[in-house]
Design a protein around this ligand. Structure first.
Ligand code: GLA
Length: 402
């Protein structure tokens, strides 16, 4: 009996080995959270071919490309009309998509595009409904490397076909995302697939199996502290769903946009790094201030985001207006972020950092990633943080509490 059982096990193992050998390896995209720039948060509907070229130039000139920002993503409002055979053309703002993609590629960058599973995009331009294969092939023919697929008007299609039936609507939504996944895969081109449906139906549970390399977890970000902080808070608990090839997406960066203070920009960037979030800048690159460039190109903070282990950080504890987040890194290192979410500069003074609550021994040596200085952390040490500011420390060899 035992011989027969182990023989059949061996046959099974051989069969699955043979199957694995026949299946072509799936392209390995987004092994770390995608990094790049997207047009929406600054240009919104005004973006043109020239803006994309200028931004690509600046990504190179500013050193952002060399720091890891590779994808230059065109968001909504590039779409024109479909011709008699259903082929979608770009509108007058984008005279030649293939030439634009070639230009972006010539800079050592990759290019992304945007569509919707609905008849219209959120800004009312042509979506991909009924043209999924055709659009995927079109993108591949242009050399597109990344697609953001935004639910938008497909919500209306769902409601019309399955009125008030949330379960049926969810099935339709999943099927729509899966359809585009198949269409993209069928092109044979490695294309990062970004889901944008604002975190509905616990998308983190089903997106990876549906081909999603990243999925928005919330509604839209805005360049305001309250919105950024609210989005960050909503990531707590989602850490187990992220990993190489599939990431929670708390939306694109607002660093350098609106009236965010330097502290707020720093905290936003630090939190996104701890969250293993995609780092898609969304600012006006040709007019980027040096202090904003310094934030976006802080290599040690980027290294937290891009850590090879791909383990998203978590909120360790909250005390009053202060939050402590940690992220486990490769090689046993640990990132600790302490955030003063309070309005009042002195509301939290002094905040005592508890290493014990982090499971750590009473003394640790780390590096403050915003000052670049080595610092000693001791249990219950008092910390003074300005309103909305952050202390981000990397501890290379954390000693556990005994
Ligand atoms: C939605 C998305 C945004 C952006 C716009 C474009 O609101 O969430 O990120 O893509 O659509 O219309």
């Amino acid at each position: 009996m035992r011989v027969v059982a182990s023989l059949s096990l061996a046959v099974l193992a051989l069969a699955s080995l043979a199957a694995a050998a026949q299946t072509p390896a799936a392209p390995q995209v987004a092994q770390t959270p995608p990094m790049g720039w997207n047009s929406w948060n600054y240009f919104f509907g005004k973006v043109t071919d020239k803006d994309i070229r200028d931004s690509a130039d600046q990504i190179v000139a500013s050193g952002m490309r060399d720091a890891g920002y590779i994808y230059v993503n065109i968001d909504d409002t590039w779409e024109g009309e479909r011709d008699a055979s259903g082929v979608l053309h770009s509108n007058a703002k984008f005279p030649d998509m293939k030439a634009l993609a070639d230009y972006v590629h010539s800079k050592g960058l990759k290019i992304g595009i945007y569509s919707s599973p609905g008849p219209q995009t959120c800004a009312g331009y042509a979506g991909s409904l009924g043209h999924e294969e055709q659009d995927a092939l079109l993108y591949a023919s242009w050399g597109i490397d990344y697609l953001k697929y935004d639910l938008c008007s497909y919500g209306g299609v769902m409601q019309k076909q399955a009125p008030n039936d949330r379960a049926a609507q969810m099935q339709m939504m999943q099927a729509a995302y899966e359809k585009m996944d198949r269409a993209l895969k069928a092109t044979g081109r490695p294309i990062v697939y970004s889901f944008c449906q604002y975190g509905m139906d616990a998308v983190w549970e089903w997106a990876p199996a549906t081909g999603g390399n990243l999925w928005r977890t919330t509604g839209d970000i805005e360049p305001k502290w309250d919105r950024i902080y609210a989005i960050a808070s909503q990531q707590a608990g989602l850490e187990k769903y992220a990993g190489p090839g599939h990431w929670n997406d708390p939306d694109m960066l607002e660093v350098g946009n609106g009236k965010l203070t330097l502290a707020e920009n720093r905290t936003h960037f630090s939190l996104w790094a701890v969250l293993a979030a995609p780092l898609l800048a969304g600012n006006d690159l040709p007019n980027m201030k040096p202090e904003i460039k310094a934030i976006l190109t802080n290599r040690e903070v980027i290294a937290i985001d891009q850590d090879a282990l791909g383990k998203q950080g978590a909120r360790a504890y909250t005390e009053g207006e202060v939050e402590v987040w940690t992220r486990h890194l490769s090689g046993g290192a640990l990132a600790i972020a302490v955030i003063n979410a309070g309005q009042n500069r002195y509301a939290t003074h002094p905040f005592h950092l508890s290493l014990r609550r982090l499971g750590l021994a009473a003394t640790q040596t780390g590096k403050d990633l915003w000052t670049g200085k080595t610092m000693e952390l001791t249990d219950n040490m008092p910390l003074e943080l300005a309103s909305h500011d952050v202390l981000l420390v990397r501890v290379e060899k954390p000693a556990a509490a005994r």
